[in-house]
Design a protein around this ligand. Structure first.
Ligand SMILES: Nc1ncnc2c1ncn2[C@@H]1O[C@H](COP(=O)(O)OP(=O)(O)OP(=O)(O)O)[C@@H](O)[C@H]1O
Ligand SMILES: [Mg+2]
Length: 220
């Protein structure tokens, strides 16, 4: 579901590249944890894979048809993202002017599916992340951990082939984190998606199939 080869990225004005010659594969149904020190480039790597930042070199093949997101223009990248990728942002990015249900439905709306067509799907996901009854709530009335769970539901709603999650349980207590992670991993397995999960938690990392560590010298 993901095949990265020769990936390099240096931020403008940065002295040395964050990474170069990076190789990484995530198979269908596989969950891979990505760990590493703060500032080493984990979020940047996820953003490059999702086409939200542009890599300097390399290829990033996504989904069952292995489309290289690096070679696409902005519009095509957005379309590939909408179809194939579910992204849980480190800072949630829940839209404050939409209800919880509308936020979760955004990936469906991007694909032209009206919100009203999917109430059962939204309810099932709210259940899965422990937010039954939250559909009509406004984001400003939610706690940080509740917002994080809305972000996870939104990343799964359109059954993406690749899930990229940046600290998806960083704001949750250990028990809720464990439950939400279980649902996330269940979804990945059922949908035969691939998942790359950035985490600082050993508990989260251990539940993935593989653990990769990003260091200034590369992935290991
Ligand atoms: N747009 C940017 N321009 C310049 N430097 C940037 C930019 N974005 C990130 N950086 C720098 O690149 C490095 C890697 O940042 P990144 O957010 O990828 O780290 P991270 O591994 O996700 O860290 P954390 O675990 O704290 O989230 C940091 O030193 C950061 O300051
Ligand atoms: Mg980060």
């Amino acid at each position: 579901m993901l095949n990265v080869t020769g990936l390099a990225k240096r931020h403008a004005n940065a002295g040395r590249p964050l990474f170069s010659g990076l190789e990484l594969t995530v198979a269908a149904g596989e969950t891979v944890a990505l760990v590493g020190e703060s500032g080493v480039g984990k979020s940047t790597l996820l953003n490059c894979i999702a086409g939200l930042e542009t890599a300097d070199a390399g290829s990033i093949r996504i989904g069952p048809r292995a489309v290289d997101i690096v070679g696409l223009d902005e519009t095509a990248r957005a379309a590939l993202r909408a179809r194939q990728i579910g992204f849980v942002f480190q800072a949630f990015h829940i839209l404050p002017t939409l209800t919880v249900a509308q936020n979760i439905a955004v990936p469906l709306l991007l694909r032209g599916v009206p919100l009203k067509a999917q109430p059962a799907r939204i309810d099932a996901l709210l259940d899965a992340v422990g937010l039954r009854g939250f559909a009509g709530r406004w984001p400003t009335t939610l706690s940080g951990g509740e917002l994080q769970r809305v972000a996870i539901a939104r990343a799964l709603v359109h059954r993406p082939s690749l899930i990229l999650a940046d600290e998806p349980t960083g704001n949750l207590d250990p028990r809720t984190a464990d439950e939400v992670l279980t649902r996330l991993l269940d979804n990945v397995r059922q949908q035969q998606a691939g998942a790359l999960i950035v985490t600082h938690s050993q508990q989260v990392a251990r539940r993935c199939h593989r653990i990769l560590t990003l260091t200034p010298d590369g992935l290991r």
